[in-house]
Structure formats: C-alpha cells, structure tokens
Design a protein around this ligand. Structure first.
Ligand code: FES
Length: 246
C-alpha cells in the first residue's frame, strides 16, 4: 500500500505554516500514523515526495500504546492519537496530519498543551487528606482516571479556547475523580471553582462525546460532576447522594 503523508509543518520560531508531502509505502495493514512518522524520521536522508531534502518531522510520542496522549494531533481533519490511527482504516491514500489548532504550535505537529495543567492547578485539583470513597464512587474515580489529558476533547469543543475562563472537558474527569473522594471540608472551594470554570461555560453541545480516544463516557462524567459539584452545593443533596451512595 502506498500513502502520501501530507503534513502541515512549521519551523521552530516561525509563525508561517506550509504543507509537505512524503511518500510512505508499507505492506503492513496495521501501520498507524505513528508508524509512518517513525519510519520517515528513521530514513537516512529524509526527502519529500518530489525528492527535495527535508528536515526530520517533529512530533511527540512516548508509549505508542494509547496510554500517554502525547501523540494527539489532527488526522484527516479529526483530533486523535497518531499511535491509534491505522492508515488502512481511512480508506484513502492521502493521510493529512496537522497539529491541534487550539494550542500554540511549537514546531510541526508539536503543540504547547501546558494550559491543560495550568487549568487543573487553578481548579485546585488535589486531595489534602486521605479519603474512603464508596464502591460506587471508586468506580467513577477509576473511569475518570483513564483520561490521558491529550486535549482531543478541547480541540473539538466549540466553547474552549486556550487561556479562556472555560476549562473544557479535559478538566472534568479529574474533577469528578477528586470530588468522588473529597472530604466535605475540601469540597466547597472546588465546587465553586468548578461552577465558574466548567459548569457555567459548557454549552452542552457534547461535541466531546464521540472523540475521546479512551472512549470515556464524557456525558456521564459531566452529569456526575455537575451532580456532585453544583446541585449538592445548591441544596439538592438527594441527587448528589444518589451518585455518592450515601
Ligand atoms: S504515544 Fe502515547 S498515546 Fe500515542
């Protein structure tokens, strides 16, 4: 199978992007976008499709097993993980790779996603003391812990932009996990920040629902986080109690 790997590139320090095509040939049906990028970069002298010399393609990866989220990028127009994007599944010979658009581009397919972690710090998402959550809450906390913080859900969200007041879905799994375990004393401040940075900014478009590479049920997490952080705070304790199994 012969592919054209079309990459939206940007040189380090530049603000201009350009497209470069590379030929990639394989007999392996299970090759992913990550396999293709690794193979291109391992060529002794990388050349583009017309034979002109090209510098190595910058992109991030670590686990190559859908476990770290580092390789998130736009693949044929949709955010996803390069290590999870099987070329043959796209049913076309041109594979377009672009950096995520919601974050500043550092170089080629590498973007600066540090805002995700800054937002988690703003939400004060850590436990100050040990907790003993119910079985039901442990299940919820486990599902939340699958989140890779890859940013794919933010890429597709019509309400999120880096540096905005709305922190987006990527903050919800962590919030849900923490709220599920938190003592009542810690809970009040987190629920206030949650309402400000997530609940009041979410347009409920649920664009994030089908994009998560880990298939996290984002709608369920959002409902549970809202129940824990907002309704409980507003006095609808029975709703939160049903989630909290109290
Ligand atoms: S390299 Fe870790 S998720 Fe793709």
């Amino acid at each position: 199978m012969k592919y054209t790997i079309r990459i939206l590139r940007r040189d380090r320090g530049s603000t201009e992007s350009y497209i470069q095509d590379f030929e990639y040939e394989t007999e392996n049906d299970s090759d992913t976008a990550a396999t293709a990028l690794t193979s291109l970069n391992s060529r002794e002298a990388l050349t583009d499709i017309s034979g002109l010399p090209a510098r190595a393609i910058e992109w991030e990866c670590s686990c190559l097993q859908k476990k770290c989220g580092a390789c998130a990028m736009r693949i044929n127009g949709r955010p996803g993980l390069a290590c999870d994007a099987v070329l043959a599944d796209f049913g076309k010979n041109i594979i377009e790779l672009e950096p995520l658009r919601k974050f500043p581009v550092i170089c080629d397919l590498t973007v600066d996603r540090s805002i995700l972690f800054e937002n988690l710090k703003t939400l004060r998402l850590w436990l100050a003391q040990t907790s003993d959550p119910s079985d039901k809450m442990q299940e919820l906390a486990y599902e939340s812990s699958e989140c890779l913080q890859c940013g794919c859900c933010l890429e597709i969200c019509p309400n999120f932009y880096a540096g905005g007041k709305f922190f987006g879905m990527s903050a919800v799994p962590v919030t849900t996990r923490l709220l599920a375990q938190m003592s009542k004393a810690e809970y009040k401040e987190i629920s206030r920040l949650y309402s400000k940075h997530i609940f009041s900014g979410c347009g409920k478009s649920l664009a994030c629902r089908d994009i998560c590479p880990k298939k996290i049920d984002t709608e369920k997490l959002l409902v549970n986080a809202n129940a824990l952080a907002v309704w409980k705070r507003n006095g609808n304790a029975h709703f939160a109690r049903s989630v909290n199994n109290e």
